[in-house]
Ligand binder design. Sequence first.
Ligand code: 13P
Length: 231
Amino acid sequence: MSVLIAGNWKMYKGPAEAIEFCRAFAAPAGADVVVCPPYASLREAMSSGLTVYAQNVHWAEEGAFTGEVSAGMLLELGVAGSIVGHSERRQHFGETDETTARRAERALEAGLGVIACVGETEAERERDETEDVLRRQVSVLSPHDRLVVAYEPVWAIGTGKTATPQMAQEAHALIKSLLAAPVLYGGSVKPENAEELLSQPDVDGALVGGASLDVDSFTAICETAARLSRS
Ligand code: 13P
């Protein structure tokens, strides 16, 4: 299987910067590459032929849900999938296991790909609850050939702290014992640590935040993925 690298731009890059990025970026042959821009830049990011995912998607087809976007609307734009349940949505916007599951289920049903995020907080890891948290978060998801899970330990997101390859491997093996799906690692992935993380047997790719905003660092991570996909 090709190693999948997804760049989550979070709330960075409006349309002009998205165009600039896509003009300068060429996905290396061999890796599967996805970018996840903010809604406002989806169309521009697609203009260069890149596979584009949204950062969230609602479960209803339409309705009085201010600020939300439906799977049908994303499909109409040509978007291929969406992230759901990102820890920043869970932390700041009240997303729960239940809403994550509803978003994932509807998006898959509609024909989108889904990257469903799971991961423990620092306090949960310190209390030795990582396994329970992952079991609970994964239990609401059902296997699907377009479903990918992203293991993103919350304490490693945007902090520069990365899970050790062994920690990532252990969490990925647990997730895969619960659900048949590829599992991406996310949390301070950079060109310098991509190889050791992506070389773990149950790490199928990466969900990259900060390092996906820069063409050179994102390219370097994608090149590592392409090399490992061939080996
Ligand atoms: P960083 O790579 O900036 O730590 O972010 C990870 C992430 O949240 C990707 O979804």
